[in-house]
Design a protein around this ligand. Sequence first.
Ligand code: PMP
Length: 381
Amino acid sequence: MTSAVRHSHRRHVMFSERIDRLQPSPIREILSVIDRPGMVSFAGGLPASETLPDWSGTASADVLQYGPSEGEPALRQVVSERLRSLGVDAPPERVMILGGSQQGIDLVAKLFIDRGTPVAVESPTYLAALQVFRLYGARFVDLDVLGENLARLAYVIPTFANPTGACASDAERDELARRCLSAGTVLFEDDPYRDLAYDDCDRRPVASRMSGGSWVYQGSFSKTFAPGLRLGYLAASAELFPRLVMLKQALDLHTSRLSQSIVLEAVTDPGWDARVEGLVRFYSSRRDAFESAMRRHLGDLAEWHTPRGGLFYWLRLNEHIDTRPLLAEAIRRNVAFMPGEEFFPNEPVLGTMRLNFSHASGDDADRGLATLAGLLRDRTR
Ligand code: PMP
């Protein structure tokens, strides 16, 4: 592709108004050179290293000092290799480590969304992304009519979506990339579940099909390692990345270095692949047990597709009742679920529910589903 054609896609990129006021942090720029040998720095507010608490962890004591906004170089390198193996154009210089991928949603929203900015989303979609986009004033438009609505941003979870568990086909991924490219819409691909694949399906990132366009791709260590560490990452096309780094500087300077060092050690351990394979086996058998329990208890009350990965079942009840008021009653009976109505950007479809199958043990899941079925029978009789 010639560079003229490449740029033609990017001509349309529009940032939020606040980006006119976005400036690099002078202090952060200086901090990136103070490690140079012989440098005497009066610049930053770094505590004297000898005053930092004693450190007996396996990571270097540097983790207690301030660090780079983009993240630890070694971890960015690992993420970059991983993303490149998926076909995403993500050299280490365009990888940023996040305090959880939820943080990436906030950064991208800040970069693009003003009051009334059209943002294309799936319906239903991840409710905490809707929460952030709403906070910045987004107007939600349907992903299926992307071209006509000239959305500035398209937020998608193509692989084992939250809440539906759905995995987009190769053709759907191609089509989405094609429509983003031709409408000049920025693709924002959120991919925290991709490693939790129990059955075969197309998973090559949409971002790997966005050559010449604008995109942000993000992932997370929450589902494969530990959510409490708050560790995620993003990669972005070249014209977006520096602005995302400035927003990150302004937000929290950088992600916890201790968390980064713990994750770096885990992902570079020779046992990492075996760990992920073990997770997949564990959750895959949980899903199978959940599926049989669902058939037993809810078979005549709802419909669903068996998710090929991820953590969720999406239920469509035969009776189109609002499930929100059912939640309080369910909690009184010691069972909790997510009312599906919460996941819709605009008008909700009634009679929908998201059930997580990864957390509860087989016996607890069976008991919980029996209770839920009882409740639904009482309500719909
Ligand atoms: N995106 C999606 C689609 C999610 O489901 C989640 C967590 N449930 C997140 C982002 C945030 O994950 P984290 O901040 O833990 O990386």
